[in-house]
Design a protein around this ligand. Structure first.
Ligand code: PMP
Length: 327
């Protein structure tokens, strides 16, 4: 079965990463470094940020949980676009917050509506850029205008889980935006571009007091030694991993063009997945994919989120789409 349903990287870890993980496995009787010192230092160098601006967690979803736990009190509002990442309503409810969902417009964040939804109880705004599941990214100047409207006491999270797949030069880089904005947090992950989804390692970048608040809500020893070692080894092999990202991006463009040539609507993707707004035909398409050995993610009645995978997996979906488009 091809797994094009979880926005994972189709490539297994590099041999150098596997070798580092084998070393970590042999030391598994010991607790991990609670402060993830080596990884924090490597990330600080890579991103050109102070180590005090970093907070690590078990995946970026773990970091998001720490952040909401630190900032949200009973009845506080968490504002985000919808549809977006499914963990947002779940984590908001877990932290006794109230989710305020703002509909997307044309499959993209409606930043004016998002700004208008901020009220006196709003503590956090989550901006998923590129957005899961619709794959679109907001432009830099539009995002900057939005950030300028957000009150200083409201924290804005720029969820950049897919940032490494962005190719549009006009798409914002959260790391550049956070530098002179103390209320902005950027979250990123090793799960997607770096292919370490199974190890659970993600991070937040924010100014010192916010980063410290996120760290203070973290589960002690929540980031395993394997995750730390795998992430450090991946940063050391980054050039090779980013070549794989380029291959995925090429496949994304090839697959999107072929689907559009069949007459299907495919919004412009800046991520490692495509959004097919098939409406009432969603389940039919997902069933055809499953029958051909490809798992895709169906949002019933709305559309399919198709992760870009191995070229042969993408080809299988294109074959299905060809008969689907003509039926
Ligand atoms: N943010 C977004 C937008 C995602 O799509 C995902 C994974 N599907 C995550 C965060 C979480 O990824 P992880 O916890 O593996 O870092």
């Amino acid at each position: 079965m091809y797994q094009l349903n979880a926005n994972e990287n189709p490539y297994p870890p590099l041999p150098s990463v596997v070798a580092a993980l084998a070393g970590a496995a042999g030391r598994a009787n010991r607790y991990p470094d609670r402060f993830s010192t080596d990884l924090t230092e490597a990330l600080a160098r890579r991103l050109d940020v102070p180590t005090a601006h970093l907070a690590l967690g078990a995946g970026s979803v773990g970091v998001l949980q720490h952040l909401l736990h630190a900032l949200v009190r009973d009845g506080d509002e968490v504002v985000f676009a919808w549809p977006s990442f499914e963990a947002y309503p779940h984590l908001t409810a877990m932290n006794r917050g109230v989710a305020v969902q703002v509909p997307l417009r044309d499959e993209t964040h409606d930043l004016d509506a998002l700004a208008a939804a901020i009220g006196p109880r709003t503590r956090v705004v989550l901006v998923c850029n590129p957005n899961n599941p619709t794959s679109t990214a907001v432009g830099r100047s539009a995002l900057e205008r939005f950030l300028d409207q957000v009150p200083a006491e409201v924290t804005v999270v720029l969820d950049e889980a897919y940032r490494e797949f962005v190719t549009d030069p006009d798409a914002p880089d959260g790391i550049a935006l956070y530098r002179d904005r103390p209320n902005v947090v950027v979250t990123r992950t090793f799960s997607k571009a770096y292919g370490l989804a199974g190890l659970r390692i993600g991070y937040a970048v924010a100014h010192e007091s916010l980063a410290a608040a996120i760290r203070s809500s973290a589960v002690p020893f929540g980031v395993t030694a394997a995750a730390q070692t795998g992430a450090v080894a991946s940063l050391a092999a980054e050039a090779e991993l980013l070549e794989r990202v380029e291959l995925v991006v090429k496949e994304r463009e090839r697959t999107a063009t072929a689907l559009r040539d069949l007459g299907l609507t495919v919004p412009h993707s800046e991520s490692n997945f495509l959004w097919l707004p098939l409406g009432g035909r969603t389940e039919e398409f997902a069933a055809a994919c499953a029958a051909a050995g490809v798992a895709v993610r169906a949002f019933p009645g709305e559309g399919i989120r198709l992760t870009i995978g191995e070229p042969e997996a993408n080809d299988t979906v294109l074959t299905i789409a060809t008969s689907f488009a003509s039926s």
